[in-house]
Design a protein around this ligand. Structure first.
Ligand code: 26V
Length: 803
């Protein structure tokens, strides 16, 4: 199917007219977006169908990635690019006097996730399709995504994200594949005359799960996988029982809104409903689909892999058990063997307060049959392990503990594989968080360092850099990222360095224009652009960044004539609506921005920009323009990080603690090409263990630090209402849980080293080039290959039709 520009123009005009009964010249940008989206969806539908059919025909094993969150980003450009028709479309639209860029911006960015975990799921979907691996996503079609963030007087305000307001062109409602999900009621087992027990239900709340399928387009390989998102509705047969909005509410609320707190598990009943709803619908539809393979049920693990993205979908384990026993009539032992072989689990956080533990009473009432099964899994686990491992280990690893269901324990016990998302993180799981399990099941544990898709984050976000790399080393790196290392050969080539620098400057100019447009702040594109973009959390230490900015400000005020390397500090971060401390940090940074940006003594030397509503689309604008990527979490706390990988791949130098994947980044790029500072994970553990840290002493003895901290509460920063003092108190009087003060000096040191380097543009750009050229190992394609080979045992599936 080779589309020509003329064909596109003709087909597009017809498409537009068919949809809107107007000629294209009269269309709004939004209408053009819709028409173009539908055009592309029609174009790919044949591959979508053929991909699905070929997997069945070949009896290919398929992986199902279960995740409560996906953050796909806008899909128009990405789909056109992966289909290989982006340039044709752009040319055609230009001939029609339409702007592709504005049309693409009209798409809503589906914010169906909180942060790293959801974006990783979407990078993985892109890689699965691009590697021709039969891989499906399974999640929730939230009616409202993660809240839209606004700043009012520097405070975060949350506004509903109604991303479905306009038509979602990518999804297909699939009425043929609905499932029924049951909640509550009474359940009992009854022997029947066929020789097995039957599960009987009464008084259940029945919810219809309706799948909406979205194409996941592979990169120029004619493969289109499926992302299935479920929506909750009233079962058609029961419609007559529902009369008022109040009666409908318990059903419609299930898929209404994404939980916006990714750091604090709260035990909300509705969240548990969401989890079971998604899992039950997903597992039912998999088992239904499996029948098409016509192989015995014991072969399920040869045809299906279910991946559990963090513990949120861990009920897939008892749900699969339920279906295999109650509906397929297998014995417990048969069902358990299949379940364990089918399921695998990734842990994404060691934050204790984020680990899910559901009250037993809640689970029992909402999911009586599932709870019975969990109880039995737990009973068998304890019975088997008590004599082998003794009381301590057995009770510490049990699923049921102190009135709660420990979901991580359920996930580990019911899976054949448990992985962390960076080397250090996996080591911490094995030596600390899950160490008793590591003793019982050492063979289950493995590391899979995260990755990102270069297609979205480099090829599309940074087209100039991509063209330069193509020109220097050819296009092979796009299919085979390892080739990128060839670019290292240009580190001494002055012309290439100049080109790399110029591209960065162009990207910075574009971002500067955008900053002026949306924030009304003028920044100098030649200043060093220093970027921290991620969820706001104390452990990620945006406040350490803020203290450094304050420090710079005070230094400039003290020595107005001293030459400094001008910097623009750029932030993007949402705080969980109930996370008071995180919101205080936002307010403080916004107030520092007001102070700094409006001080005539400061001028271009220092600017602070805090973007509203950080998300995938904003990231695509910021990342190509970054000189420094801030990765300054307290060592041991950040499981991996993925913005570190995106920023590096776009030539930012990393300012980092030895945490998460930063360590691997340092190993690949070399320690001369990264700024490392701060405590190591071991030092953090020691300080915690011997309780010797006294942050107040640092405040009292370090004059430089004291000056900065005092500025938080002495009126230096305008517009604060106690937020500065709150942060001051946490750092000085409540002993600084995340060792911000302890790392301050070494952070400032590292920042000074960055200044010195930036003053030598060629040296800086050489290191920037080395970062770009060393970023290949963080391609999600490699990560996914390792999941496919080591965990899922699924094959790349070539049909000779790869295009
Ligand atoms: C946690 C919770 C906890 C309770 C209720 C709702 C909820 C929703 C989301 C989460 C996710 C927290 C885990 C997470 O996002 N971890 C991040 O995963 C990234 C991908 O592996 C990784 O790069 C980040 O370091 C890690 O913080």
């Amino acid at each position: 199917m080779n589309l020509t520009v003329q064909e596109f123009i003709e087909e597009y005009k017809t498409q537009f007219q068919t949809m809107f009964a107007y000629s294209y010249e009269e269309g709004t940008t939004e209408q053009h977006y819709t028409a173009l989206g539908i055009f592309i969806k029609n174009y790919l539908s044949r591959h979508w169908k053929e991909t699905r059919e070929s997997y069945i025909k070949e009896g290919a094993k398929q992986v199902y990635y279960f995740s409560m969150e996906f953050l796909p980003g806008r899909q128009l450009r990405n789909n056109a690019y992966n289909l290989g028709i982006l340039d044709i479309i752009k040319e055609g639209l230009t001939e029609l006097d339409l702007s592709f860029d504005s049309i693409a911006e009209a798409e809503a960015d589906p914010a169906l996730g909180n942060g790293g975990l959801g974006r990783l799921a979407s990078c993985f979907m892109d890689s699965l399709a691009s590697l021709s691996i039969p891989g499906n996503g399974n999640g929730i079609r939230y009616q409202y995504g993660l809240f839209r963030q606004k700043f009012v007087d520097g405070y975060q305000v949350e506004v509903p994200e109604n991303w479905l307001r306009n038509r979602n062109v990518w999804e297909t409602r699939n009425n043929k594949s609905t499932c029924l999900v049951r909640f509550g009621g009474n359940v009992w087992l009854e022997p029947n005359d066929k020789g097995y027990y039957e599960a009987k239900y009464e008084n259940t709340l029945n919810v219809l799960a309706v799948p909406y399928d979205t194409p996941m387009v592979g990169y120029r390989n004619n493969k289109v996988n499926n992302l299935r998102l479920w929506s909750a509705e009233i079962p058609v047969e029961e419609e007559a029982n529902y009369h008022t909005l109040d009666e409908i509410q318990p059903i419609s609320e299930i898929t209404q809104v994404l939980y916006p707190d990714d750091s604090n598990y709260e035990g909300q009943l509705l969240r548990l409903k969401q989890e079971y709803f998604m899992v039950s619908a997903g597992v039912q539809s998999i088992i239904r689909h499996f029948r098409k393979y016509n192989v015995p049920r014991k072969n399920i693990p040869d045809k299906i892999a279910i991946h559990i993205n963090d513990t949120h979908p861990a009920l897939a384990i008892p749900e699969l058990m339920r279906i295999l026993m109650d509906e397929e009539h297998l014995t417990w032992d048969q069902a358990w063997e299949i379940t364990q072989k089918t399921c695998s689990y990734t842990n994404h956080t060691i934050l204790r307060e984020a680990l899910e533990k559901w009250p037993i009473d809640m689970m029992k009432e909402l999911l009586p049959r599932i709870y019975m099964i969990i109880e039995e899994i737990n009973r068998r686990f304890v019975d088997y392990h008590l004599p082998l491992y003794g009381e301590r280990i057995t009770w510490q690893t049990a699923i049921l503990q102190n009135g709660v269901v420990n979901m991580a324990h359920l996930a580990v016990i019911g899976s054949h594989s448990v992985n962390g998302v960076a080397k250090l993180h996996t080591d911490i799981l094995m030596s600390d968080v899950l160490k008793d399990f590591f003793e019982i099941y050492p063979e289950r544990f493995n590391n899979k360092t995260n990755g990102i898709t270069q297609r979205r984050w480099v090829h599309l976000a940074n087209p100039e850099l991509t063209a330069l790399i193509d020109e220097k080393i050819g296009e092979e790196w796009k299919r085979n990222p390892a080739e990128l290392k060839v670019f290292k050969g240009f580190e001494q080539d002055e012309e290439t360095l100049k080109q790399v620098a110029e591209i960065k400057l162009n990207n910075k100019k574009r971002l500067a224009d955008y900053i002026e447009e949306v924030k009304g702040i003028q920044v100098n594109p030649r200043a060093l652009f220093d970027v921290q973009i991620k969820r706001l959390h104390a452990y990620k230490r945006q406040h350490l960044n803020a203290l450094h900015i304050l420090h710079r400000y005070l230094e400039i005020k003290r020595n107005p004539d001293k030459e400094v390397v001008p910097r623009v500090f750029i932030f993007g971060a949402k705080a969980a609506p109930s996370y008071v401390y995180a919101k205080q940090i936002i307010k403080v940074i916004n107030s520092i921005a007001d102070l700094v940006n409006n001080d005539p003594d400061i001028g271009d030397k220092l600017k602070v920009v805090f973007f509203e509503n950080y998300g995938v689309s904003l990231a695509e604008k910021i990342i190509p323009a970054a000189d420094i990527g801030e990765q300054i979490s307290l060592a041991s706390m950040e499981a991996s990080g993925t913005s570190n990988m995106k920023l590096m791949a776009n030539g930012a130098l990393t300012m980092a603690t030895l945490d998460g994947a930063n360590i691997e980044i340092k190993d690949f790029v070399g320690e001369d090409n990264i700024f490392i500072f701060g405590l190591t994970d071991k030092e953090v553990y020691e300080l915690k263990a011997n309780q010797s840290y006294q942050s107040k002493e640092l405040y009292e003895t370090n004059e430089q630090l004291r000056r900065v901290l005092d500025a938080l509460k002495d009126g230096t920063i305008p517009g604060l209402n106690g937020e500065g003092s709150a942060i001051f108190d946490s750092l000085v009087h409540y002993n600084d849980e995340y060792f911000v003060l302890k790392d301050f000096e070494s952070y400032v040191d590292a920042q000074n080293r960055a200044d010195a380097l930036y003053a030598k543009p060629m040296e800086w750009t050489r290191k920037s080039l080395l970062n770009i050229a060393s970023s290949a190992p963080f391609s999600a394609d490699y990560t996914i290959k390792r999941y496919a080979d080591d965990i899922w045992k699924v094959k790349q599936y070539f049909t000779g039709d790869e295009g």
